[in-house]
Design a protein around this ligand. Structure first.
Ligand code: GLU
Length: 299
């Protein structure tokens, strides 16, 4: 495809989590971003979303570099590894704490599940039941005494309070743009009070991805449509933290012949397995990247 001149304002990224091998679905996502970037004459960045230090492994990081090289993707150095930047996420969290839009949550997974089961009318969002808000009104004294008693806690965003604040400030509704679906009105309440810092890690996917897309100057976030709804929360965080709002392109997910998403557990379909058995990139594209998407990705 012909390269457009200029447009070096186009900056995109591929942001894998090194918790397993990349599979053909990841390759599709990386190639989609890479090819759009090339068409625009833009910059392509790589970010390791390795905040889950217990599950991420150095060998997966090395495999990702080799997989992307095999796909003939070229990224700028240095690669941003989130585990090296916890202080950036801490700063963002501290700001939200000072604004009063986050609260400590002591609930265990089991307690949340039990609470949801008890209330059949519990609100649900696109990813299932929402956090029922148990710790939202705990109060500073009770929270402090629980923490003093050694109970671990996460930090959740109080979406309702944040929304009210933006409303009273004349900054509501928030809009974001998806290049495939058009303008979107942010509906962060549809995801509920998501976690911004986990009990075991001082951040979460939502907080780290939003902070990093801003810090890295990302103009276009190109990723699978499984993350479409998450963007409502990211847009809310951008408004609260005064961050730039990139354009989004949530591409359809690649499905296997059974109509199922590829998963990290399908070991035979990792890029590493395909390249180790001598497969080529065009064979992989022809074999798996079908269902209407082949045109877009064939040479
Ligand atoms: N780290 C996420 C994943 O591997 C992708 C995040 C994003 O592109 O925003 O699914």
């Amino acid at each position: 495809m012909k390269k457009k001149q200029t447009s070096s304002n186009f900056v995109t990224r591929f942001a894998p989590s090194p918790t397993g091998g990349l599979h053909v679905g990841h390759a599709y996502s990386a190639l989609t971003a890479w090819r759009m970037c090339q068409q625009q004459g833009g910059r392509f960045l790589l970010r390791m979303e390795d905040i889950d230090v217990a599950r991420c492994r150095e060998e997966y990081v090395e495999d990702i570099y080799a997989d992307l090289a095999w796909l003939d993707i070229k990224w700028e150095m240095p690669v941003r590894c989130q585990s090296e930047h916890f202080e950036d996420y801490q700063q963002a969290l501290d700001r939200l704490k000072a604004m009063g839009f986050v609260y400590p949550c002591f609930c265990t997974r089991a307690e949340i599940k039990a609470e949801i089961t008890r209330s059949p009318s519990a609100p649900h969002g696109p990813d299932g039941a929402l956090y029922p808000g148990t710790c939202r009104h705990l109060g500073a004294d009770k929270a402090a005494s629980k923490a003093a008693d050694g109970f671990a806690h996460a930090w959740r965003i109080n979406v309702g309070a944040a929304q009210e604040y933006l409303q009273s400030d004349g900054r509501w509704p928030l809009v974001w743009h998806d290049e495939l679906k058009g303008d979107q009105i942010a509906e962060p309440a549809s995801l509920g009070d998501v976690v911004l810092a986990r009990k075991d890690t001082p951040t979460s996917y939502h907080l780290a991805v939003t902070v990093d897309d801003n810090l890295q100057g990302i103009s276009h976030v190109i990723r699978g449509e499984d993350l479409f709804h998450a963007t409502h929360i990211h847009r809310l965080l951008q408004a609260l933290l005064d961050l730039r709002v990139p354009k989004y392109h949530h591409h359809a997910l690649l499905l296997d012949e059974m109509g199922k998403r590829f998963a990290k557990r399908d070991k035979a379909l990792t890029i590493k397995a395909i390249r180790s058995r001598g497969g080529t990139v065009s064979e992989m594209i022809n074999q798996y990247m079908f269902f209407g998407e082949r045109e877009a990705l064939s040479e």
